[in-house]
Design a protein around this ligand. Structure first.
Ligand code: SF4
Length: 542
């Protein structure tokens, strides 16, 4: 199934996890136009882009200004971690020699290393026809007909390192492309492997490379797709190197907004910034979206009142079209009346590294490094704030739980926004630290998800734009509050900043600034929840 580049990133994104795409490393590493001596080349990133969406791949090469999105600090950090995974994986091949650069010097150095019969080469560069490949790891295999000193073609195994926990179709296409180009250069590839993280690995003491990675032999799967990939390479060559721009609307005209890549508005100028593509979950009802598009309906206000949409979608349309706020005070009151005080407004921040940093963690498992807690007694006009932020490069888990235990009491609802996040972090903490399992179960048993009021459609405003994110709800219910002035504005950035604070060589002042920014950000999350809660309460009592 085709997946747009941005959709690929977003599909892994969670409320505030770092699950995004360690695979993106591959896609962005060579994202710029590879032009050498006036010749345009097709790199493996270009080719994989082409397989996802040929139109966007063409635009990336010929009109990067409309098809290349600036990476966020979080995405930059994610790529950085992907590179670290590759560096770790290389340690499994201690004799490896690294080829730096993909220019002519890199190509010549690669040829020299092969001629000199070096056993392992990192990032060898091959250019054949218009295709360019920099492979992760190439390992020489001595077979009878290519023994050292022989003039016959050399045999190699090809390894592609992926900072993921399993093999996917795209990895196989990637390897088939590499294999085609390398074999065009006269080498023979015996076996192909995807080296990925071992999802069953749990860190205990020093990192063990062999346990941490799995070298999955995908030779058969790659061989099975070689002829298909060669055909696609010929098609990609014609399409991507053509100067003629593919015009007209693109296929994503029938896809929901989360599937669109950065060039969607360029290819579809008739579609407004806020359009029927933004209807909640419309990507799951493609038939309906297609019907609207075929009727020439792009604007939300043009959707007929009797069009077959589900409740959330229709409310979104009505709220926008008639500038109407839909509120069910009775149901909101019922939800809030049932709450038990004191109320504990709670929010977590986490960091999920591909390679576990501390004992007891698996690859990509979340490290909860911060929480904010606002405690509100019944009838009180002000809440009390408490916070926890771990500032060292060590497992925050025990201190996190101990501090939470001392603050969260045994009674009263724990109010969160999107309970699946906090509750699953609590379950993981309880599993990793059995002495806190009871506490975590008890906290989960007291959770009330304030987002549900909006998800259940008890309150719908046009400015929510179909989203239930606190970032959309807050400005409507509490207009005086905003994240705009904060240095950290969302969870992904908080994760990345924490990584920088504990792992990078920063000055004391830089670390202090990050700690202050994290504290302000997380504190606002829980205070925003409290203010939204109070605004709802006021609404019900008026
Ligand atoms: S928005 Fe258009 S160009 Fe972008 S991935 Fe979708 S179909 Fe391709």
């Amino acid at each position: 199934m085709k997946r747009a580049p941005r959709a690929l990133a977003r599909s892994y994104a969670s409320k505030k996890g770092l699950f995004i795409i360690f695979d993106l490393r591959v896609r962005w590493r060579f994202v710029s136009i590879l032009s050498m001596m006036g010749v345009m080349y097709i790199s493996k990133t270009d080719f994989i882009n082409y397989l996802y969406c040929r139109k966007n791949a063409w635009l990336k090469k010929h009109k990067p200004e409309v098809a290349t999105e600036k990476l966020s600090e979080f995405e930059e950090g994610t790529i950085e971690m992907g590179n670290e995974v590759e560096a770790y994986a290389r340690e499994m091949f201690p004799a490896g020699i690294l080829v730096k650069g993909r220019d002519l010097a890199g190509q010549t150095f690669t040829k020299d290393l092969i001629r000199l019969e070096k056993t392992v080469i990192f990032q060898p560069v091959f250019v054949e026809d218009v295709f360019l490949v920099a492979a992760d790891i190439l390992e020489r295999v001595d077979v009878a007909d290519s023994a050292p000193g022989s003039d016959l073609p050399k045999h190699f195994n090809l390894y592609e390192v992926k900072a993921t926990s399993e093999v996917n179709e795209s990895h196989l296409d990637d390897l088939a492309f590499q294999r085609s180009v390398i074999e065009l250069s006269g080498l023979i590839i015996d076996k192909t492997f995807v080296v990925h993280l071992n999802r069953h690995y749990i860190k205990k003491g020093e990192l063990s490379l062999r346990d941490k990675f799995v070298a999955a032999d995908v030779t058969e799967e790659v061989c099975a797709r070689m002829s298909g990939i060669k055909e696609k390479m010929e098609e990609a060559k014609k399409y991507l190197l053509s100067e003629e721009e593919p015009l007209g609307a693109c296929d994503c005209i029938h896809e929901g907004r989360s599937n669109h890549c950065e060039s969607f508005s360029y290819s579809n100028p008739l579609v407004p910034e806020y359009a029927v593509h933004d209807l909640a979950y419309i990507g799951r009802s493609k038939k309906k979206l297609k019907e609207l598009i075929n009727l020439g309906i792009y604007k939300m206000e043009e959707v007929p009142d009797d069009f077959d949409l589900d409740l959330k979608q229709m409310n979104q349309v009505i709220a926008h079209k008639y500038d109407k706020v839909l509120i069910d005070r009775t149901l909101i009151k019922k939800e809030l009346d049932d709450l038990i005080y004191p109320l504990y407004f709670l929010d977590y921040e986490t960091f999920a590294p591909p390679i576990p940093m501390y004992d007891g963690y698996k690859p990509f498992q979340r490290v909860p490094f911060q929480f904010s807690l606002h405690v509100l007694e019944r009838g009180a006009s002000e809440s009390k704030h408490f916070g926890f932020l771990h500032k060292e490069n060590s497992d925050p888990g025990p201190e996190f739980c101990e501090t939470l235990k001392s603050l969260i009491g045994t009674e009263g609802n724990v109010v969160v926004w999107n309970k699946s996040f906090e509750c699953s972090v609590n379950r993981e903490l309880g599993d990793r630290l059995p002495e806190f399992k009871g506490l975590m179960e008890q906290v989960n048993g007291r959770v009330f998800d304030l987002m549900e009021v909006f998800k259940k459609q008890y309150y719908v405003h046009k400015d929510f734009k179909g989203s239930f994110s606190i970032k959309y709800v807050l400005p409507v219910l509490v207009p005086d509050f905003s994240y705009a002035s904060l240095n950290i504005k969302e969870g992904g950035m908080a994760s990345e900043k924490w990584r920088q604070m504990v792992l990078e060589d920063l000055t004391r002042e830089e670390k202090r600034q990050i700690a202050d920014d994290l504290t302000e950000y997380c504190k606002l999350d829980t205070y925003a929840m409290q203010k939204i809660f109070e605004a709802l309460l006021k609404l019900c009592n008026n």
